[in-house]
Structures are given as structure tokens and as C-alpha cells.
Ligand binder design. Structure first.
Ligand code: SF4
Ligand code: SF4
Length: 346
């Protein structure tokens, strides 16, 4: 691991140098909305550390993705035969991602990269990325990341971690991918020996600024049926409108639906984000719906994040404590409260 010092005045210049080998992706304002997207020449990532409204999961798992196409032309030798769309594997430098969002994308990958099945669309998009994170020095009031196995300075899923220090960034180069990007950007000035201690100090300050936490130790000890049949669900889920905002905003939610569409003489197989909070998501062709009621759907969301996921993967919970679902829920439903209820009442 090396720590570099990067003068902020040379940051954009370095990003431009690296563009010859990497597509640049980062947070950018579109109107008033901050979100992740590819940045064109002359555009640079917003590095003020604010949380984007939607998470960066679209980088590896786009809201709508054409996976296959086929010809529908009468007489075409390949008529009605779906063929995979080529996957763009050009390296992407994702600059300005928050450490817990990077952790979230590694959890999303788990679902698409199992021993039984590897989804090339997600896995190859993930592998093409070099994650250049920005440590969070001023966590928000709804940030509870440190109790979810991550935090404002979590290096575990980054290739480079940038730490604000006045007019410069201290850049911890954590992996070979990170070294390759730093070399392409021409960032090579080593920081002073005391830089590591300075980063540790900033980390401690940022973590102490997080005042919110959750506990899920008892949830993991309980059986699924204990939790599923607990008395609190009616009250816990009463206010939910099943609007799906929480799931679309969440960096770890991965529900999707596959659709076939026809446009002219071409067929398209698309994968679109979906949400466990909507009734249509689980409605069968027969009309039967195993999650007919709002209570069943809301319970599913919390059981998946806080119980099923940890039982299946043994990697903690499916939540990185970013706080987006709390900030954006129109009904004021707070996963911290639900988690505490599940932990204490089950
Ligand atoms: S918990 Fe809130 S954001 Fe999520 S579906 Fe219910 S009302 Fe919408
Ligand atoms: S706080 Fe909410 S939005 Fe953020 S990771 Fe957890 S469940 Fe998802």
C-alpha cells in the first residue's frame, strides 16, 4: 500500500490523462439531482462528498439493460434466435464513490456471481471498474454504516481511497488496479511518512461523528419463523405506501424482471429493475400472488435484508447503513427502528 499526495489543482488534469485508458464515471448534477453516470470530456466528478439520491448500483446493474436481441424478419436465417449483446468491458474509473456504496456493490455482486451461476453482465461490468473512493469526513445524521460492517473510511472494496486534506487529497493506493489507474493519471508524488497516522486520525473523527447504530445480533440467532410470525408486523408496516422508493434508492437491492419487447422487426430481451414492494413483482400468471398484501411485501423487504441474506451468505446484513431509504421514504419508515423491533421483539 502506498499513500500519494495529490494537489487538488492537478486533480482534473490527472483524470483527463487517465481518460485515454478509462471511461470516467462519477457523481454529477443533473438539474438538482446528484447521481452517478459517465462523464463526457470536460466533465468532472462532483467531489463534495454528498450522497447521491440514487445509489451507484446502476454502474454494474443498470435500471434497464438490453441483454439479447433477435431478428424477427421473415426468412432471416437467424429469425427468432436470441443472441447476447456484446458487453462493454472498457476499463472504467469510478471516482468519488463513497466507501459504503462500494461495499454495497460488492454485496450486489454476490447475487450475480455464485458457484451455480455467473451473470456476465454484472460480473464483467464490476470487474471493468477501478473504484476510487472518497472517504466521508462529515457523515449525515441518518448514516449508521459503522454498525453494518462498513463505515466512512472503509477501504475493503476500494482500489484507491482519497482522503480530503485541505488543498490536497491523500490517496491510499490499495490494489494493483488502483496503482494502474494512478500511473495512468500521472499521480506519483509520495506523501510524507506521517500521512498514514493523519488518515487514521481523520477516520477516528469521522466514525465518532456517526451517532446512529443498529443491532441485529438476536435476529441472526432467531429462526425465520420466529421473525416471520412476530406480532409487530402489522404496526411496523402500517404506514408503508408500497411506493418502492426505498428499493430503487438502495445500493444493495437487486430485484429485477425480464421483459421481451418487439420494436419493428427486432426483438429485445431486457432486464429492468423491479421492487419487492410492488404487487406485480410476485403476481403469477395464474393470478395468484404469494405477496398479495402490503404487510407481506414490506415484511419481505426487511426479512431479506436483515435475515435471509445473512443466513444465505454469512456476510452480515444486506444493508450498508447509507440512510437513503430513511431520508427518502414518504411515510417515515426507518429501517433502524424496524431492525431494533425485530431484534428485540422476535
Ligand atoms: S418503506 Fe417507505 S419508501 Fe419503501 S415502499 Fe414503503 S412507503 Fe415507499
Ligand atoms: S440504509 Fe436503506 S438504502 Fe441504505 S443500504 Fe440500508 S436498506 Fe439500503
Amino acid at each position: 500500500m502506498t499513500i500519494l499526495t495529490i494537489d487538488k489543482s492537478s486533480w482534473n488534469e490527472g483524470l483527463d490523462r487517465a481518460r485515454s485508458a478509462y471511461t470516467l464515471v462519477g457523481p454529477a448534477l443533473d438539474g438538482e439531482v446528484l447521481g452517478f453516470r459517465e462523464l463526457a470530456d470536460g466533465e468532472y466528478p462532483n467531489m463534495d462528498g454528498r450522497q447521491t439520491r440514487l445509489s451507484p448500483k446502476s454502474i454494474v446493474f443498470p435500471p434497464s439493460q438490453t441483454m439479447m436481441t433477435c431478428s424477427l424478419t421473415e426468412g432471416d436465417a437467424k429469425q427468432n434466435i436470441y443472441e447476447a449483446v456484446a458487453i462493454d468491458t472498457k476499463p472504467r474509473a469510478v471516482a468519488g464513490i463513497r466507501p459504503n456504496d462500494a461495499k454495497a456493490l460488492s454485496l450486489v455482486r454476490l447475487n450475480f456471481d455464485t458457484d451455480e451461476y455467473k451473470d456476465p453482465y454484472v460480473v464483467e461490468a464490476y470487474e471493468a471498474c477501478t473504484w476510487i473512493g472518497l472517504a466521508i469526513s462529515a457523515p449525515s445524521a441518518t448514516d449508521f454504516s459503522t454498525s453494518c460492517g462498513t463505515g466512512p473510511f472503509d477501504e475493503s472494496c476500494l482500489d484507491v481511497m482519497l482522503v480530503e486534506d485541505g488543498e490536497r487529497y491523500l490517496a491510499k493506493v490499495l490494489t494493483d488496479k488502483g496503482s494502474a489507474w494512478a500511473a495512468a493519471a500521472g499521480f506519483d508524488a509520495k506523501a510524507e511518512d506521517s500521512a498514514e497516522a493523519l488518515i487514521a486520525e481523520k477516520k477516528e473523527t469521522a466514525e465518532k461523528a456517526i451517532t446512529s447504530s443498529i443491532a441485529f445480533n438476536r435476529i441472526q440467532e432467531k429462526t425465520v419463523l420466529d421473525l416471520y410470525e412476530a406480532d409487530h408486523w402489522k404496526k411496523t408496516t402500517f404506514a408503508c405506501l408500497n411506493c418502492g422508493t426505498c428499493t430503487y434508492a438502495c445500493p444493495t437491492c437487486w430485484c429485477f424482471d425480464i421483459q421481451d419487447e418487439v420494436h419493428g422487426e427486432k426483438g429485445y430481451r431486457l432486464r429492468n429493475w423491479d421492487s419487492c414492494m410492488t404487487s406485480l413483482f410476485t403476481r403469477h400468471g395464474s393470478g395468484h400472488n404469494p405477496r398479495e398484501t402490503p404487510l407481506q411485501r414490506t415484511r419481505q423487504r426487511f426479512m431479506h435484508k436483515l435475515k435471509y441474506f445473512s443466513d444465505k451468505y454469512n456476510r452480515g446484513i444486506m444493508c450498508v447503513g447509507c440512510g437513503r431509504c430513511i431520508d427518502q421514504c414518504p411515510a417515515g419508515i426507518d429501517i433502524r427502528t424496524v431492525c431494533d423491533t425485530m431484534n428485540s421483539q422476535a
